[in-house]
Design a protein around this ligand. Structure first.
Ligand SMILES: *Cc1c(COP(=O)(O)O)cnc(C)c1O
Length: 382
């Protein structure tokens, strides 16, 4: 049994001395936030690394999404077609902008929005589609763009799970009108808290700058009703350090994912994300497994979750419940059949994954899963 808690992830950090060297100059300048040198440098480095035309750094991924939506200037009450199989932030960002989420079911093949079900949900109030590249599975961007063009609506991607990924050699942030990334401590790449909006349209830069800084244009002019969503210098410094290690981290993550796959792929009761599309590069932020309900004992996902916990291993039920069923807005929005999303919500378990994860721990996790599946009731003694 593991002595220490194994969490689903472990935040990447640079060497202590490296970070200290980085932040030391801040004690000379006393410039801690408000678009400092590190902020500017990180914006430049990330723009290049992600291969995107424009970027605007934010205090976190949620505010990146909220302000990205606000920057589009949709009329109040406009409908946004989105996935319920995501972190709650995606749905909140729509509603907090006085817009209406219209949930669309997902595909069980990769858990992204079912592009073939989008068109049926379009009404004259539809202003945008907001899909999520969930677990780093890139949505069907071609079909989604085709629909958006046909109805003249916008596409905003929540790319929080797809940092650094590419499709056909193109950075994932280039698709749609706008994408957002999260640099939260638990993500592949972190600035402690942080995020970014990436886009093509040059005028968004000024707009987003206003929205993240109270709309202040000069000492005497406030041009917009903005919020405060600036990334501070300590976070930017962390981001600059962590960016140097991100390729290595992704490499280490991939090795663990391949190991998990090799250990689990023969088990009929489980469906894996294989992360093997030829035209796609992955960052391996998450390792989700789905228990095929029809082949397993009742409640197997929850039993495995509990059993892992008993052994100090903390997997996560991402995303249960699906956001459409969350207490805060259950039954408030248009009812749509969300069978696949609920099935995934009830049966997916995200297993621990991070660069330092021991292979021995993976063996232990696999053993617990296998025993649970074999024992029907999952009441074996560990
Ligand atoms: C993490 C995450 C967010 C929010 O990002 P924060 O940086 O935590 O605010 C939004 N959407 C998805 C899908 C996420 O995983």
């Amino acid at each position: 049994m593991a002595d220490n808690k194994i969490m689903v992830t472990k935040s990447s950090m640079p060497e202590f001395d490296e970070y200290v060297e980085m932040i030391r100059p801040l004690w000379d300048t006393h410039w801690l936030t408000n678009f400092g040198d590190y902020y500017k440098r990180l914006e430049k480095e990330l723009k290049q690394y992600l291969g995107v035309p424009q970027i605007s750094l934010m205090v976190n991924g949620h505010m990146a999404l909220e302000l990205a939506i606000q920057a589009m200037g949709f009329p109040e009450g406009g409908e946004i077609i989105t996935t319920p199989f995501t972190f709650i932030s995606t749905t909140h960002a729509i509603i907090r902008n006085k817009l209406v989420p219209v949930f669309c079911d997902i595909k069980l093949s990769d858990y992204t929005i079912d592009e073939n079900k989008i068109e049926d949900l379009i009404t004259e109030k539809t202003v945008a589609i907001l899909p999520v590249h969930v677990y780093g599975n890139i949505c069907n961007i071609h079909k989604i763009q085709e629909i958006a063009d046909k109805y003249n609506i916008k596409v905003i991607y929540d790319a929080a799970h797809a940092f650094a990924q590419t499709l056909d050699g193109i950075g994932v942030g280039n698709f749609g009108d706008i994408s957002i990334f999260s640099f939260h401590a638990t993500k592949i790449y972190n600035t402690i808290e942080g995020g970014a909006v990436v886009f093509k349209e040059e005028s968004f830069y000024r707009k987003l700058h206003d929205l993240k800084n109270f709309g202040i244009r000069s000492e005497t002019v406030v041009a917009e009703i903005g919020a405060n969503a600036k990334l501070n210098e300590f976070s930017a410094a962390m981001g600059l350090c962590n960016l140097k290690a991100v390729e290595k981290n992704i490499y280490e993550r991939e090795k663990r994912v391949r190991y998990y796959i090799q250990k689990l792929e023969e088990i009929e009761e489980i469906k894996l994300c294989k992360f093997d599309l030829e035209n796609t590069t992955y960052s391996f932020g998450y390792f989700p497994i789905l228990f095929r309900q029809e082949l397993c004992a009742d409640g197997i996902r929850d039993k495995v979750y509990d059993k892992l916990r008993e052994n100090n291993i903390y997997s996560r039920k991402y995303f249960y419940p699906i956001t459409a069923d969350e207490a805060c807005f259950k039954n408030k929005y248009k009812k749509v059949a969300l069978e696949n999303a609920r099935y995934a919500g009830n049966n997916v378990l995200v297993l621990p994954l991070y660069p330092e994860l021991e292979y021995e721990t993976i063996n232990e996790i696999v053993e617990i899963i296998t025993k649970c599946i074999d024992s029907e009731t999952c009441t074996y003694m560990a």
